[in-house]
Design a protein around this ligand. Structure first.
Ligand code: ZN
Length: 180
């Protein structure tokens, strides 16, 4: 489904609402924060907590993912693949980069997600404090997909960002593996 189709569907079913001073998606109130501002928050946390800033991003992403799973999972009883696509599409609508399923193997408990155009890459490069970091940076998205993978596999998962455009890869790639 294209992003615009997704938005139309959401607006038609009143799952996306705009009114003065208020924006709501799937019944959850939202506020649009520029990526630069978001990056300033990360800078401040990084200054005080060092690498822990990335754990905080991951944990926050996980909570965000759980909310998405709860909202989309309850409204749509669809196949696992479709469910994954819907969650990923909702992330794309929110500007978290262009994510897509690279491979999904329920038998092996393995999911790979590609992410292009991560909103953080450019802002991290602009940042004096963050541009020297030698690691993958898209911990927020990893957290979101992590919760999504846990819901789909109905199990704990291990995850990592295997490639990251911030480190010079063509795009970011996340791997999620069911824990036996
Ligand atoms: Zn990345």
């Amino acid at each position: 489904m294209s992003v615009s189709k997704f938005i139309k569907k959401m607006m038609f079913s009143r799952q996306l609402n705009f009114k003065k001073g208020e924006f709501e998606m799937l019944g959850i109130r939202g506020a649009v924060i520029p990526v630069r501002t978001f990056t300033h928050i990360i800078e401040s946390v990084y200054r005080k907590q060092g690498d822990d800033a990335f754990n905080i991003l991951f944990e926050t992403g996980k909570e965000h993912g759980k909310l998405g799973v709860e909202k989309l999972g309850k409204k749509h009883s669809v196949s696992k693949r479709k469910f994954l696509e819907e969650i990923i599409e909702s992330g794309n609508v929110m500007g978290m980069g262009k994510a897509e399923i690279k491979s999904f193997n329920p038998q092996e408990g393995l999911l790979r997600v590609n992410l292009k155009n991560s909103p953080f890459e450019e802002e991290f490069r602009r940042s004096k404090e963050l541009n020297d970091i030698n690691r993958s940076i898209d911990e927020f998205q990893r957290g979101v997909f992590h919760s999504m993978a846990e819901a789909v596999f109905d199990s704990e998962v291990q995850s990592r960002e295997d490639k990251c455009s911030f480190q010079g890869d063509m795009h970011c790639e996340f791997i999620f593996k069911e824990v036996d």
